[in-house]
Ligand binder design. Structure first.
Ligand code: SAH
Ligand code: SF4
Ligand code: F3S
Length: 435
């Protein structure tokens, strides 16, 4: 049996896709290995979202080629978003044997079988209907508690800075029956949490099933199954969805709602299709229905033509909302996107870095504030495993997605445990078990 090793980069969608790839290739007779040194086939499932994500993959390709030189027979494959973006040019390095885009995974067995030393293989066709709905992913998580379920693929939004619509193609939703079946399957195998994944889950639609309907269907699999989802788009997050979340205890009260900027001028240029006011109103609606709802976001610093005033608007929005956590990035121009074609990337790197640092510094304070707020409160957490810092303790998240550490007290992975928060850092709640 040939041994297959896959490294996964980028977002949760890629983690879910790697599980689909394993499913397809294990069925075709491969065996999974966790060690690159013994692999016959080495793959990287890649990300193109920022230039540094791609630079990292080029570094890995050089590492893989060391393996090839040392052991001869090894095949190297680049799949995922960078494969889709760079296509044939990935083959020019001479180090890559096959390239497959996100919609080509069903053909991987034949593609790999067709590779010859002088004939690398490539399949980067995007599809209008591929959702891998019938494929039961091979779970790659280590704790057997939390599973990703991909509910849609692609994106139709075309935010001007973003490469995803080019690497993942048009949006398509997966048949809800197959999603519910997958949720039942993981639950019957002991999983206690599923995360429904899509680039913009609020635009999920299959026939007359909306995302709010789907969420209710999945939540109704069992009250013992927690349900999460990502990512929500501020322009689409509906009152109906907020109502469904508020109506079911097992839908986790956490929304990842990327704002990107607090300036209307920037939001317009980014083609986000909402305003600052709209965003703040959505946050208010969420908090009216669920005062304890966790809120996290993504922010881009230094987008094309961003002024100090625009930047100050981002800071003031973050100050006003008080996110629990944020992913914060300096703008990275992606070739072929609307922004790359239309707007010069004109904020100097040192200004981007300074603004990003101000954003990070503010978020550090606001995050700590929101964590401190939890001191004295009780939460039901789902045990995910031993704490990384102190293996004698356990860790798990609150519904609002805050990480907790607490004494083991005889509990194990997959148990629900009630804890009371005693102290915190800016990323962890330090808890005791309630009696
Ligand atoms: N579909 C999700 C986000 C996917 S990409 C959404 O719409 O919110 C994840 C994050 O990467 C984005 O939210 C954005 O903050 C960041 N990002 C995307 N393109 C970027 C670029 N060109 N430069 C810097 N950050 C970028
Ligand atoms: Fe990119 Fe916008 Fe689609 Fe998110 S919604 S993946 S940021 S184009
Ligand atoms: Fe990256 Fe593709 Fe996800 S570009 S962020 S792996 S959709």
């Amino acid at each position: 049996m040939k041994k297959l090793y896959i490294e996964t980069y980028g977002c949760q969608m890629n983690v879910a896709d790697t599980e689909v790839i394993f499913s397809i290739l294990l069925k075709a007779g491969y065996e999974r290995t966790l060690s690159m040194d013994e692999a016959d086939v080495i793959m990287a499932n890649t990300c193109s979202i920022r230039d540094n994500a791609e630079q990292r993959i080029w570094g890995r390709i050089r590492e893989f080629s060391v393996q090839k030189k040392r052991r001869g027979e090894v095949l190297v494959g680049i799949v995922g978003c960078m494969a889709e973006r760079l296509k044939e040019s990935l083959l020019k390095s001479g180090e890559v044997d096959f390239v497959a885009g996100p919609d080509a995974y069903r053909h991987l067995p034949e593609l790999i079988a067709a590779v010859r030393p002088d004939s690398p293989q490539i399949d980067v066709l995007l599809s209008r209907d591929e959702t891998y709905a019938d494929i039961n992913p091979v779970r790659t998580d280590t704790n057997g508690v939390s599973a990703f379920i991909s509910i849609m693929r692609g994106c139709n939004n075309v935010c001007s800075y973003c490469v995803v619509p080019y690497t993942r193609g048009v949006e398509r939703s997966r048949d809800p029956k197959t999603i519910v079946r997958e949720a039942c399957d993981v639950f019957s195998r002991g999983y206690k949490e599923v995360t429904l994944l899509g680039q913009n889950v609020d635009s999920y639609r299959y026939g007359d099933v909306s995302f709010a309907d789907l969420l209710a269907m999945v939540a109704d699999v069992s009250p013992e199954l927690r349900v999460r989802f990502a990512t929500s788009h501020p322009k689409d997050i509906s009152d109906e969805l907020i109502a469904v979340m508020a109506s079911r205890e097992n839908i986790c009260r956490h929304i990842h709602l990327p704002v990107q900027s607090g300036s209307d001028r920037m939001l317009e240029k980014m083609r986000r299709r909402y305003t600052r006011e709209w965003y703040l109103e959505r946050v208010a609606a969420i908090r009216r229905a669920m005062p304890d709802c966790g809120l996290t976001t993504d922010v881009i610093a230094g987008f094309c033509s961003e002024t100090e005033e625009d930047h100050a608007d981002t800071l003031s929005l973050m100050d006003e909302v008080g996110f629990d956590w944020a992913f914060m990035f300096a703008y990275s121009e992606r070739p072929g996107t609307l922004a790359a074609r239309k707007y010069p990337d004109d904020v100097p790197p040192e200004v981007k870095t300074r603004r990003l640092n101000e954003i990070i510094e503010l978020q550090g304070r606001k995050g700590l504030e929101s964590y401190r707020h939890e001191i004295g409160r009780t939460h039901r957490v789902l045990v995910e495993g031993p704490s990384k810092r102190d293996p004698s303790q356990l860790c798990g998240r609150t519904g609002s997605n805050k990480m907790c550490v607490f004494p083991a007290g005889g509990h194990k992975c997959g148990d629900y445990v009630d804890v009371v928060v005693r102290d915190c850092t800016s990323a962890t709640l330090i808890c005791e078990l309630t009696i």
